[in-house]
Design a protein around this ligand. Structure first.
Ligand code: 2YJ
Length: 274
């Protein structure tokens, strides 16, 4: 699992959303309206009644500089009244409980969750990321229903994205360089798989790249729509020219979608598929 680094997220807190411009251009949505749409909530939902605590977690490899502040900034941009707790870890969590906030965000090295305190349910970043990027692919491709969608990577995000895209009515192919992994996830979901990641990528126009891999431009299909949560993220000049759109950000799409899915618990609109 890729660990975010401070340089990847350093522009998030101040960020005037270049991401909003990209999303608007390719999906017709802002970050907020896309995240609300993904969670099945009205796109003009006012989130100013929602409060959130972000708890810094020191365990394992420790605090990532700017991580909690970036999550906090993303929540505020959605209109949520968020703050970073003064204490870390269990002390921070107890402060979050004392504050009576609706949602608590916290991440260690292996899991990042948004916990809905009143509904006692949580959403993982794996699910929020999968849903956010699957929604971006759906919108940017003009509707993925009935179309082929290639999911590269059968890991925590890719397997969830494949399920979401299948449920959207896409004809899903999973490709993973570890062939047995792709095969077993595909069998579980009842979708196709390919062990030839590069060959399949070069033939597919609708791609969700959840692999920690870099693909050269010669493998990108002309006009491809690429929704790309995978880190490291890089497409060369040829890839950028051939793709009709590449959607990526290091944190925002996943966190914003976690937040709206957590809010959807209040509306009983989110199932337990995390
Ligand atoms: O609170 C902090 O500053 C740190 N404990 C944050 C750790 C963030 N965790 C990661 O980047 C891990 N790779 C887990 C992410 C899981 C979701 N993709």
């Amino acid at each position: 699992m890729t660990r975010l680094t401070p340089d990847l997220i350093e522009c998030v807190p101040e960020g005037k959303l270049a991401l909003d411009d990209t999303l608007m251009k390719y999906t017709g949505h802002t970050m907020k309206s896309m995240a609300l749409h993904a969670a099945g909530l009205p796109e003009d939902t006012d989130l100013s009644g929602i409060t959130a605590s972000v708890v810094p977690i020191t365990s394992g490899m420790g605090i990532i500089g700017g991580f909690s502040q970036s999550v906090d900034a993303i929540l505020r941009r959605l209109g949520i009244r968020s703050h970073v707790t003064e204490g870390t870890d269990v002390l921070g969590f107890s402060k979050a409980m004392d504050s009576g906030d609706d949602l608590v965000f916290m991440a260690d090295d292996s899991m990042f969750v948004a916990y809905n305190v009143r509904e006692r349910k949580y959403i993982t970043n794996f699910y929020g990321t999968a849903l956010g990027y699957a929604t971006a692919l759906d919108l940017a491709s003009g509707g993925i229903k009935g179309k082929e969608a290639l999911v590269i990577g059968a890991g925590f995000v890719g397997s969830r994205a494949a399920r979401i895209l299948r449920d959207m009515g896409a004809d899903v192919i999973i490709a993973d360089k570890i062939c047995d992994k792709g095969k077993s996830v595909a069998a579980e979901l009842g979708v196709r798989y390919s062990c030839d990641v590069e060959g399949t990528l070069s033939k597919n126009k609708n791609v969700l790249n959840a692999a920690p891999a870099i693909f050269p431009g010669r493998l990108i299909a002309e006009g491809a729509v690429i929704s790309s949560p995978g880190v490291p993220h890089y497409y060369d000049e040829e890839g950028r020219r051939k793709a009709s759109c590449i959607i990526h950000d290091p944190l925002e799409i996943g966190v914003a979608t976690m937040a709206t899915c957590s809010v959807a618990f209040f509306h009983h609109k989110e199932d337990a598929s995390r």
